[in-house]
Every structure is written in C-alpha cells, then in structure tokens.
Design a protein around this ligand. Structure first.
Ligand code: F6P
Length: 378
C-alpha cells in the first residue's frame, strides 16, 4: 500500500514542472497518498530537505506558473558529488545518505522530474533498491525512449515568436538575422521553430554545415528579390570539420553537464556578412526559452505525465519512466532509458550525449524542411 511519496525536480528548469507536480499531488490525494517535495532536486534528497505538497497549500494555483515551486538543482550528481575537504575539492558518492533519508522518512516512491542525467541517477537509485518513477523533462527534447519531453513545446513556441519578430526587422533593413537557440547537442528546438517561424536556414548539431552553402542559399534568395534571410542556429551546431562552440567550462570539466554552449550564432552571422555582403546580426535567445508560463500543450502533456506517474506508482510499476509512444501515454524501464550507459554513478553521469535522442535524417522535421527548401547547410 502506497502511503507517502515525494517529488524532486532536477536539472535546468523549464515550463511545465509545476503542472507535473500539481497532477501528481492531485492524483495522490484522490488515492489517499501523502505527497512531499524535496527542495532543489537531488540536493534536497541528500540534505533531507522537503516540504508537504497539498492542493490546499503549496500545490495550489500552480498549473500556469513557470519555474518549479520546489526548486531544481543543477550539477547535483549525488553519486559523484562535489564537496570540499580540507580546502580541497573532491568528488564523493553520497547516494547512501540519500537512500537512508528516504528509508528513514518512509517514502514509498520518489518521482524524478528531469532530463537524461536526472534519469540516469534515478536508474542508479533504482538499482540500489529505491522505488523510483521518472518524468521526462527538458526543453531540448533529447530524452531517449519518449517522443516528447515537457517544456519542449513552450521553448519552441518562444523561439517561433522570436523568429516572427526577427523576420519583420530583417525584411525592413535587408539584413540577415541569425537566432541562436538552445538544445545542447540536439537540434529539435532549432529545426521545429525554423519550420514554425518560416526561417530560411536551420543549422542543427546533427548536420555539420558548410557556410558557403548557407551563403549560396541566401544569395539565391537575393536573386529572387529577397534581400533578407532568417537563420536559426542550434547552440550545438558545428561547421563541417569544426568544433562545438563552448562559452564556459565549469568545475574543470567534472560534473553532470560541465560545458556551457554558446557563441555559434555570432560566428555564423559574421561569416555570412563576409560571404554575402548583407549586414548580419545575431540574437541569442537564451533562458527566455526555459522561463515563464507553459503553453496549453505543455500544461496538458505535463498533467498527463504527472497523473500517469502516480498511477504507475499505485500499480507498483517502479524503475520506470513515463513516456509518449506512438502518441499515447506509456512507460518504459529506466534501464532502456540509460541504454548502454550502465555504469552506476559514472563521472558526468556517464555518456550524456551517447544516449541522447538526436534528430535523425529520416525524421519528419528534416524531410519537411528539405521539401520546402529550408537550407540545412549540407
Ligand atoms: O538542457 C537545457 C538547457 O537549457 C540547454 O538547452 C542549455 O545548453 C543548458 O541547459 C544551459 O544550462 P545552464 O542553465 O547550466 O546554463
């Protein structure tokens, strides 16, 4: 019998966290289950820091709120946790402390709301005997085994609105407008927003680009009398034979996600100005994509995910991740989500990119983009 459960939100925030929390709490209450929230993700699990979540209390009026009412921690891999000892930074496996906390407080299930590294840790806890159920979050849409993560649609919507706004200024001043969007090593946001916003070029990490080909596509537009172009650049996109542009490396390269990407949009804009003679500007959209109220789509998806996660807990289906498969709510084993990344608590949570769900060349988005003449730089 399930009596007491807890939720934790981990990794970079995105719209929809609160909608998931609300759906879990509501479904829990209907089934006589008490619900708690660990503060700041796995850090809360480690410090045993939690609050009660009730629809008459903290979990009220949160469906449309951005962020997470229980916080979210970045770079908190409790299997390889950064601590200071005698003035020295060392990394330690503190997962046993977390497990003790959960047992002592009598939580029957922990819901882990997060991306691939969060679910990697969830699986590592499952292997060590905790009852865990994951919910796939991230604006990047790169969690394996699900067709869509919550937060992604809102990010695409924000990026689309930015493209619309850049379109009119590009056209007015006969300029090339680049928009650098997030997504890490996956091009989902870049590609989908480029299609939604009617961009002329989409550069994604999965297709290393030839800048001359991009310039040629822009010049071909000029020949047709269109002296402006909109170019969407995924932050992880690379020049052919080029490297990912890194803005910052944290913690000397140790940690969950230690590289902050950024800068490729500016570089592309500068090169396109040289190659086409058109004035080019870059806008980096940044954290706008993660903040604020979720779209209706994300509210519904998050609610479905939260309700399903709690249903799975009631049925005792632990060590799983709720997913969308063939357009329907479903679940998979966390083992499938980590894929080949089996080692428990590996540095940097293992091979993040290796198991990320990237855009494939036969995806409808790629096929559609090519069909309507969006230049993908290849
Ligand atoms: O994974 C979500 C994401 O927003 C990525 O798109 C981006 O590269 C990264 O997080 C930024 O991380 P941080 O919040 O650490 O700057």
């Amino acid at each position: 019998m399930l009596k007491k459960v807890a939720i934790l939100a981990n990794g970079g925030d995105c719209s929809g966290f609160n909608a998931v929390i609300r759906a879990i709490v509501k479904t829990a209450e209907k089934n006589g289950v008490e619900c708690y929230g660990f503060l700041d993700g796995y850090r809360g699990l480690l410090n045993n820091d939690f609050v009660k979540l009730e629809t008459s209390g903290l979990a009220s009026g949160i469906l449309n709120k951005g962020g997470s009412i229980i916080g979210s921690s970045l770079n908190a891999n409790v299997f390889n946790y950064k601590v200071e000892e005698n003035g020295q930074v060392v990394y330690k496996d503190l997962s046993e402390q977390c497990i003790e906390n959960v047992k002592k407080d009598g939580f029957d299930c922990i819901f882990t709301l997060g991306g691939d590294s969060t679910q990697k840790s969830a699986r590592d806890f499952a292997v060590r005997g905790l009852n865990v159920i994951g919910v796939p979050k991230t604006i990047d849409n790169d969690v394996a085994c699900t067709e869509i993560t919550f937060g992604y649609n809102t990010a695409v919507t924000v990026a689309t609105e930015a493209i619309d706004r850049l379109h009119s200024t590009a056209e007015t001043h006969n300029r090339i407008m680049c928009l650098e969007v997030m997504g890490r090593n996956a091009g989902w946001i870049a590609l989908e927003s480029a299609i939604a916003g009617g961009a002329d070029v989409a550069l994604i990490p999965e297709i290393p680009f030839d800048i001359q080909k991009v310039a040629d596509a822009i010049k071909a537009r000029q020949k047709e009398g269109k002296n402006f172009s909109v170019v969407v650049v995924g932050e992880g996109a690379t020049y052919k034979d080029g490297e990912v542009v890194v803005k910052n490396v944290r913690d000397g390269g140790v940690g969950v996600i230690n590289t902050q990407l950024g800068g490729i949009g500016e570089k592309v804009a500068q090169d396109l100005e040289k190659l086409t003679g058109l004035v080019s500007r870059n806008t980096t959209l940044g954290y706008m994509q993660r903040g604020g109220t979720p779209t209706a789509f994300d509210r519904v998806l998050s609610t479905k995910y939260g309700a399903k996660a709690m249903q799975l807990a009631l049925e005792g289906k632990f060590s799983t991740l709720v997913v969308i498969k063939n357009g329907k709510l479903d679940y998979v084993s966390l083992e499938d989500v980590v894929g080949q990344n089996k080692e428990i608590g590996a540095v940097g949570s293992g091979t993040k990119e290796a198991n990320a769900k990237l855009v494939t060349m036969d995806d409808d988005l790629v096929v559609t983009a090519r069909s309507i003449g969006i230049c993908l730089g290849d």
